[in-house]
Ligand binder design. Structure first.
Ligand SMILES: [Zn+2]
Length: 191
């Protein structure tokens, strides 16, 4: 075992992570999100956004995004996930949006009236709709039932402040067994 591996093991132990594979998945997911967000950031530079929009009109979404992301080798599922985020970002810049409140009842029923993070019972009125993929990147353009979740007031507030929240949330709430990265991608690519 290298010292890095030992370090990671100790870190996980100290922070009560028992399943390293789950931690690996969280890290991997963060990397993929980071890649997608970096591509979105790139669209802020110069005429990049206009160039991409033009390419989408000419080549279609798939080829245009393939072309735009070609510097990084992506597997088919990674590509599908990342292109959803990029398209969401492009649509957001066009001001397209949809009303997310219409999903609230569906989310509430799907979560059996529990907060998606802490699992506590919430009332319909107090439940807050949270964007799993940050709103700052895709606005409301990507929204569907699969990119949203209902959180209690406390968890929604914590999510933006606590550096550990995403990992605690994903691991302690059984995120992966219920909602694997794979199924998440499939959900997103089905839209
Ligand atoms: Zn909660």
């Amino acid at each position: 075992m290298t010292s890095l591996e030992k370090g990671i093991e100790l870190f996980l132990l100290n922070n009560n992570f028992t399943l390293k594979t789950q931690f690996d998945e969280v890290v991997y997911r963060c990397i993929i999100d980071e890649v997608a967000f970096n591509f979105c950031d790139k669209l802020k530079e110069g005429k990049e956004l206009d160039v991409l929009k033009k390419k989408i009109r000419v080549l279609g979404e798939r080829l245009a995004i393939e072309n735009f992301t070609k510097e990084i080798n992506l597997g088919p599922e990674e590509f599908s996930y990342i292109s959803k985020i990029i398209i969401g970002y492009v649509n957001k810049q066009d001001g397209r949006s949809n009303d997310i409140q219409k999903y609230k009842q569906h989310l509430f029923d799907g979560q059996n009236g529990n907060c998606a993070a802490c699992g506590n019972t919430i009332t319909f009125g107090k439940g807050e709709i949270d964007h799993i993929i940050p709103h700052s990147f895709v606005g409301d353009s990507l929204n569907s039932i699969h990119s949203l979740q209902l959180l209690c007031e406390e968890c929604n507030g914590k999510k933006s402040k606590d550096a550990w929240f995403p990992i605690h949330f994903l691991l302690s709430r059984g995120y992966f067994p219920k909602y694997t990265l794979d199924s998440k991608w499939k959900d997103l690519s089905r839209q």
